[in-house]
Design a protein around this ligand. Structure first.
Ligand SMILES: C[S@@+](CC[C@H](N)C(=O)[O-])C[C@H]1O[C@@H](n2cnc3c(N)ncnc32)[C@H](O)[C@@H]1O
Length: 245
């Protein structure tokens, strides 16, 4: 890994430890790498920023790549599950502070709106689309329907919490795994991603189906009440990686 990239990734990892958020170890690095490889003359869109943990990985990844602008869409009032947990939520101040700390003010534009409010007037070409907003089935499906058409061919779509939230899993089962416009599906922990194409091949669809099966097994294991020891989870994760040839 080039020195500058390593330095920026270390910075992202260090800053992320001080930001409240929902990314597992390894997921941030994946976001960083995907942002670094975002196609030129496109932008990165994040739906659901919370306090900016994922945004920092996307922004610093982009800085080491082609400096694609990052649009971070969030009304900053939390998702239904957060609204149940906290009495009142406003994450905008913390988000802005964390972006400033990462020196990303020029690259990251917050759009303080829901994804449905932001979509109609958003006309930029998207090279990387990260969906981590409301995880209910209907809202996740809406996000996909509104934003996937704006993603360029060869661009990457990523979903968070795909192995942990039934709403997200149902949506990706219906709209993502069996799409004729997706290839190169892979996942790490709960981050699931794939590449948009104008039309995938029979072989792509076969491979997507294979990934659907592995992903479904992971979803069942993750959401079941059975908790294996940490060492078994670690070995399981290695096997999952090997199975994704
Ligand atoms: C799970 S958190 C995002 C976590 C964040 N990506 C991180 O790494 O820490 C979900 C976020 O989605 C936002 N949200 C909920 N509904 C939304 C919607 N319709 N459009 C955009 N964002 C939404 C919430 O305000 C919340 O901040």
């Amino acid at each position: 890994m080039p020195f500058l990239t390593k330095q920026k990734l270390n910075l992202a990892q260090k800053l992320s430890t001080q930001i409240h958020g929902f990314l597992e170890p390894g997921e941030g690095e994946l976001l960083f790498n995907l942002a670094q490889n975002c196609p030129p003359q496109t932008v990165i869109v994040e739906i659901g920023s919370w306090q900016g943990k994922s945004t920092v990985f996307l922004g610093l990844g982009s800085q080491t790549g082609k400096q694609n602008k990052v649009y971070a869409i969030d009304p900053h009032t939390g998702s239904p599950e957060h609204q149940k947990e906290f009495i009142s939520i406003s994450t905008l101040q913390n988000f802005k502070r964390n972006i400033q700390k990462a020196n990303l003010k020029d690259l990251v534009t917050p759009l303080v709106k829901t994804s449905a409010q932001a979509a109609p007037s958003f006309r930029k070409k998207i090279g990387l689309l990260f969906i981590d907003g409301d995880h209910s089935y209907s809202m996740a499906k809406k996000d996909f329907k509104l934003w996937f058409p704006k993603l360029v061919n060869e661009g990457i779509i990523i979903f968070h919490d795909s192995t942990t939230h039934p709403g997200v899993k149902k949506m990706v089962n219906q709209s993502f795994f069996f799409s004729s416009q997706i290839k190169n599906i892979a996942f790490q922990n709960s981050l699931l991603y794939g590449q948009k194409v104008s039309q995938n091949t029979f072989f792509d669809r076969l491979k997507n189906f294979y990934l659907f099966l592995i992903h479904s097994i992971c979803f069942i294991l993750t959401t079941s009440s059975f908790r294996p020891p940490l060492s078994v989870i670690k070995i399981g994760k290695k096997i999952i990686r090997l199975l994704q040839f």
